[in-house]
Design a binder for this molecule. Structure first.
Ligand code: CP
Length: 309
């Protein structure tokens, strides 16, 4: 397989296992390149990419922009807070105006689930979903699985616990799809109010006790409590959440096995994870961020070279 089976990257659900493995192979090459003194390649010369961020982002926005620059693309950045969206312009009008300036590829983050799918149906440019509401965050899941492969040699057969606010998390859903396609076992762990009903139907285990989840897993991916998406109270206080689901170094040490600790960021230190854990040898959090650039280079390179069969 030398090209992706999809024209856009809208979600992991649409990808085949071979697509993910092809992205990883290309990311391996790009990771070698970006660790050389000369980090830039001409792979996306003559391609113009628009980064449309209708919601805040640090890691994803910077990582995509860096990946585009390493590939020699022309880049334009758009943030809804400083745009005419605040004057009532619709998503489709905003995007059509940007595309009339001859943009080939759009990277979009949007608070509404399905916004990138909607866009892909209405415009010709290639779309990459950089996170759509509580739906999917495909490049995050790809970089997470790639980081597990790098740390543990293989994803297949590994046991991964995703801990925290599963209900509001696009990272959780994309990770479940991605890890399962690569042959991992997945468990979700958190208070029952933050675990979607019927999530077992996705083939995941459910656990409400953090210690039991840690005893089961090889990898724990600690998610942030997404207060910005919570319209009601799902637990009494952050302090009580942290007492039950906050990961401490004492707890990790007491389990007595090597568990790889991940976090997609941004971290709420002292809530879902202590600083001691985040900065410990258990943690691969900064490797995840580093790998994000190579993964996004691979995705954009492969999509730019996609040909309809
Ligand atoms: N992990 C992640 O999506 O972080 P940002 O919201 O900072 O992009």
């Amino acid at each position: 397989m030398t090209q992706l089976s999809v024209k856009h990257l809208l979600g992991i659900k649409d990808l085949k296992e071979e697509d993910i493995r092809l992205i990883f192979e290309n990311a391996d090459n790009f990771k070698t390149i970006i660790n050389r003194p000369i980090k830039k390649v001409p792979s996306l010369r003559d391609i113009t990419v628009a980064n449309l961020f209708f919601e805040n982002s640090t890691r994803t926005r910077i990582s995509f922009e860096l990946a585009q620059k390493r590939l020699s693309a022309d880049v334009i950045n758009f943030a809804s807070s400083s745009s005419s969206v605040s004057k009532g312009e619709t998503l489709i009008d905003t995007v059509k105006n940007i595309l009339s300036m001859k943009v080939d590829m759009v990277v979009m983050r949007h608070p509404s689930p399905g916004a990138p799918v909607f866009l892909a149906r209405h415009i010709d440019a290639t779309i990459l979903n950089a996170g759509d509401g509580t739906h999917e965050h495909p490049t995050q899941a790809l970089l997470d699985a790639y980081s597990i492969r790098e740390a543990l040699g293989e994803v297949s057969g590994k046991k991964v616990a995703i801990v925290g606010d599963i209900l509001h998390s696009r990272v959780a859903l994309s990770n479940i799809y991605c890890l399962q396609k690569l042959g991992a076992e997945v468990m979700v762990c958190g208070p029952s109010t933050l675990i979607p009903r019927h999530i077992e139907q996705l083939g995941v285990k459910v656990e409400h006790n953090l210690r039991k989840a840690l005893e089961w897993c090889d990898v724990a991916n600690m998610l942030r409590i997404q207060l910005e998406r919570q319209d009601i109270k799902y637990f009494p206080t952050l302090r009580e959440y942290s007492m039950q689901y906050g990961l401490t170094l004492d707890m990790l040490d007491s389990i007595g096995k090597d568990i790889t600790i991940m976090h997609p960021g941004p971290i709420n230190r002292g809530v879902e994870i202590t600083s001691e854990v985040a900065d410990s040898d258990y943690s691969i959090i900064l490797d995840q961020v580093e790998n994000g650039v190579a993964i996004r280079m691979a995705c954009m390179y492969l999509l730019a070279n996609h040909k309809e069969s």
